[in-house]
Every structure is written in structure tokens, then in C-alpha cells.
Design a protein around this ligand. Structure first.
Ligand code: DAT
Length: 178
């Protein structure tokens, strides 16, 4: 058994986190394809299943209901084989994850991606600051055992390919598959 209490023969769960625009969804979909693991995009799930308490005008996003999200996902997470994609992670149960990957992007590159996405003003500034101050990395380190948290660069397509390859190898060795 590993630390999370799930059987070693089972499948691990991976959290992919990072500031918006660092490439979580792109990385998680590619990893889901190479591992056949389930890709769970928390933002989409919250919208689809109404796991929120309305729209937040100040932050221009849904007010996520963390308890509803955790209840919704607990059975799947117990099963294993999930890739969770979210710009946060401090409210998930620690036992859910066997690997926590924090994507990091150079400021100028992130700025361009977020501008392309239509972010302006305070929303743009907040997200760039979030990356500068490594908010998601600090959060991950505070919420999970340090040996399961890894920070990786996500500036280019090569970075994505490398990260997906490394994580796919990690999944294979975790599951003891040939
Ligand atoms: P996130 O899910 O973290 O918000 P995303 O996967 O939606 O990010 O990516 C945002 C945009 O940036 C999208 O157009 C793909 C592009 N992108 C992300 N990571 C990249 C990378 N490492 N190299 C090149 N483009 C990337």
C-alpha cells in the first residue's frame, strides 16, 4: 500500500495545477490520451453540475462550492485513474492524490496567452501576479507531502511533450505494468 491507502496495484490519481494559462488542460488531455486515465476539468464540472454558489462579479468566475465538488468526485477518486485539472488544490482531500504537478510559465509568455484568451485589467494582473509569486506551488507544498509535488516548466510545446512523456512513464512504473 502507498501513503494514500489505495492498493499499489490500482491506478494513481494526478492533480495538474498552476495559474490559468500555464497549460493544465492541454497537458491533462494529452496525458489522458496516453494513459487512458479520466480527465476531470474542475471548471467544466462545476458549470455542468452546478457545483457553485452563483457568479462572482468581482472575480469574473463561478463561486465554486468546494464541498459539493469533493462529494461529487470522492467515489471516482477512490477508484483511481484520474487526472484532475484545476487552478487550485488546497480543498481536495490530501489522500486523493499520488502526484501533484504544478505547471509554471515565464511571465511574458503567460501574459500573451492570457491576453489572447481575452483577459484584461485586474483579471490579467491578478493572474500574472499569481504566477510571479508562485501561489499555486506554495499552495501545493502546503497541502500535500513534499515528495509527491513537482514543479515543471510549461513555456513551449516541447515542454508539454516532455511533461506528458515523463508523467506517462511515472504512471507505468506506479502501476507496475510492463
Ligand atoms: P490552462 O488549462 O492552464 O488554463 P490551457 O491548456 O487552456 O491552460 O492553455 C492555454 C493556451 O495556451 C492554449 O491556447 C494552449 C496554450 N499553451 C498552454 N501551454 C502551452 C505550452 N507549454 N506551449 C505552448 N502553448 C501552450
Amino acid at each position: 500500500q502507498n501513503g494514500s491507502g489505495r492498493k499499489k496495484e490500482g491506478k494513481p490519481n494526478i492533480l495538474i495545477t498552476g495559474t490559468p494559462g500555464t497549460g493544465k488542460t492541454t497537458t491533462a488531455s494529452a496525458l489522458s490520451e496516453s494513459t487512458q486515465f479520466r480527465h476531470i476539468n474542475i471548471g467544466d464540472l462545476v458549470k455542468e453540475k452546478n457545483l457553485h454558489d452563483g457568479w462572482d462579479d468581482q472575480f469574473d468566475c463561478y463561486l465554486i462550492n468546494e464541498d459539493l465538488v469533493c462529494d461529487e468526485l470522492d467515489d471516482l477518486m477512490e477508484e483511481g485513474g484520474n487526472i484532475v485539472d484545476y487552478h487550485g488544490g488546497d480543498f481536495f482531500p490530501e489522500r486523493w492524490f499520488d502526484r501533484v504537478v504544478v505547471l509554471q510559465t515565464e511571465n511574458s509568455v503567460l501574459y500573451d496567452r492570457l491576453t489572447k484568451r481575452g483577459y484584461t485589467g485586474q483579471k490579467l494582473t491578478n493572474n500574472i501576479e499569481c504566477e510571479i509569486f508562485q501561489v499555486l506551488l506554495e499552495e501545493a507544498k502546503e497541502s500535500y507531502p513534499e515528495e509527491i509535488v513537482v514543479a515543471v516548466r510549461s513555456n513551449t510545446i516541447d515542454d508539454i511533450n516532455r511533461n506528458v512523456a515523463t508523467l506517462t512513464d511515472w504512471v507505468r512504473s506506479w502501476s507496475c505494468l510492463p
